[in-house]
Write a protein that binds this ligand. Sequence first.
Ligand SMILES: *Cc1c(COP(=O)(O)O)cnc(C)c1O
Length: 811
Amino acid sequence: MMKLSKKTFKKDYIRKFIEIHGKELQEGTPQNKYEALGSLVKDYISEMWMNTNKNYNKTGEKQVYYFSAEFLLGRLLGNALLNLGIRDTCKEGLKELGINLEELENLEQDQGLGNGGLGRLAACFLDSMASLNIPGQGCGIRYKYGFFEQKIINGSQVEAPDNWLKNGNVWETRKPEKAEVVRFGGEVVTDVVDGNLTFTHINFEPVLAVPYDTPIVGYENEVVNTLRLWSAEPVSNEFDFSSFSRGDFLKAIEYKNSIEAISHVLYPDDSFYEGKILRLKQQYFFVSSGIQSIVRHYIKHGGDLRYFDERIAIHINDTHPTLAIPELMRLLVDEHGMNWDDAWRITTNTVSYTNHTILAEALEKWPIDMFRKLLPRIYMIVEEINKRFCADLWNKYDGQVEKISSMAIIGDGYVRMANLAVVGSHSVNGVAKLHTEILKKQEMKDFYYLYPRKFNNKTNGITHRRWLIKCNPGLASLLNETIGSSWIKHPIDMINFNKYVDNPGVLEKLREIKHENKVNLAKIIKESKDITVDPDSIFDVQVKRIHAYKRQTLNCLRVMNLYNELLEDPNKEIVPRTVIFGGKAAPGYMLAKNTIELINAVADKINNDPRVNDKLKVIFLENYRVSLAESIIPAADLSEQISTTTKEASGTSNMKFMMNGAVTIATLDGANVEIRDEVGDDNIIIFGMNEREVINYYKNGGYSSVNVCNQDPRLRRVTQDLINGYYCSDKEKFRAVYENLITYNDEFFVLKDFDSYLRAQDKVDQLFRNQNTWQKIAGINIAHSGIFSSDRTIEEYATGIWGSGFLYKNL
Ligand SMILES: *Cc1c(COP(=O)(O)O)cnc(C)c1O
């Protein structure tokens, strides 16, 4: 833990302010003050950062490199202060200078270089690796524009660019001296030199990859790991000069732009694959620069490539970084003269892969022509990997043509990234028990039979430092007062809170903390939407990407039905509800955008109907992102986790809500199953089809959404309300949602689960009426949430996959 007195801090801060702004503190804008604080904190971090790296180089301890196309970090200042152990000191010091720390923290732009769960998982993992003394570095892309900013205009989503770097970024350090060159296009010339086959890549287009390093501070352990993000630049300005001298200015600028386009913007697709060449370029760009720099660093510090896999672990987060496999082969074989078999053994022992989804539309596959043209040498290597793999398959499964061709890495005109990832790594993990079982039994059945020992489960987790200590200080204090503070280093100790869930004083305290968080969220809602919500109503929350499988539509139809019932029976006894939605739709995903329009139209009508207003309000909070999640989640009473069973690989917001004392209403999907197993059936509200029923429908058909609809008058009414002008004078407005449910037979069984969802919601009302019972359930959920800390997940990766982190384990 860092030592810092309030007096020293104040002196340092004032000096820093003057140094970077050249004026008195009193004359500074809030932004000036934030920048000075960020810059000072970065100074505080620097020495630990340097020492951590020195230490890693000296001990030669195994290094983990976590490759991910997305890192959804959110804000860094508050968590850096927390992990350094100086947040209280700084807060008080600033207060004496007339500055409110939280106000400065809120000025920081979210670092939103990810879409949702997958990118946020990578961010939680970095925090946990640093906090557990595991030498683990992140590797990704420094997108100039992150995930778009969502505005809701006239009820529809409008996308604006996320110019997150507009005020600079105090956390990153540009390292031009560590740049790498990545080669695109061109041809490969084969030759024989001294009896050996050689491959020379010619006429390629070189792109300079410049790393920007961000410190990842461990919790009170003086460890600072690194997130290295790569930015694309022209290799030199020579091209510019020659064009300029010919007067060809535009061409020079176009060239520069075409290079910089590689790291220009994050693709806003979640669980959806888009076969764009720029995306393939992005993937090879960061993977190639990352692998080159790892190998360069390894050799520079005396490493012997024959033992590379004993010193280095490379993890690929989903298939986006799969080209790490052929890129490492290329370096070992082409550049370092290793024979194929040794290189293959080392590569597969080094690389491990996490699968994140079984949605067919998310499977990455690249057209062969596109791939070969952009990456000619990498294509040859993938072909060779495929040739050898298929030869093995022929030996094992002679004559089973169908099986072999479906397992091949190249087939039907495509390079299949998941197949390459499975064949080229030593570990394949799913992200929750159910998901891993589905991978083994269904989606990757043939691979599981071929390589049973590669497959394993690592249930996702979330960092309790950001998602409890930082975002819910009231609850963190209550835990400290009751069970002591051991849970901070050992989150599993939260289980001790179980001893207090029958203690009326503690339950009352829980209720007060939740109420305070709700008042705070009500203020945010008032400020952003000018709608007054009642903090005594049930805050019923569904925040996540808008996607058909996540079934925001089910939630919305339930609200529409409740509205109908309240109008029919004004005396209907319900606990008042504030139903809160948030989430972004991919810009090209019309159904998801239509769903947002529907929710906003329903909200508009209900919120302006005085007949129901003291019982029901509907809020769509715009621009859902990490920092907003940190205000919403601690204020939730009810966590909506209602995806179609089998479709949500894990989910992580389910864990965040639980840790903050929300009660979950859920299908038995993803990690909801494990949450149920932890808390027991009495402390979670489960509804809907089970895995067997869903799989049976997908396999054998037999589902008719029209029949389900016709048998339930409530469903007939709410589906008709989509197209009869009830919520919008334009009757065609919600046509897409309607067609999806009725005409296209409701792929995600929204109508099928409607009745059981409504009964589950009735149960929520019943439970909430007895606050003692409700707070007890909340307490049990909090007590059992420690296992969902990403510290537990990372320990499992370290011991079960990476073979790292033994030397300095926190004891
Ligand atoms: C945790 C988180 C997610 C993932 O939410 P799911 O409900 O698990 O899909 C997405 N976006 C943000 C901003 C998050 O913090």
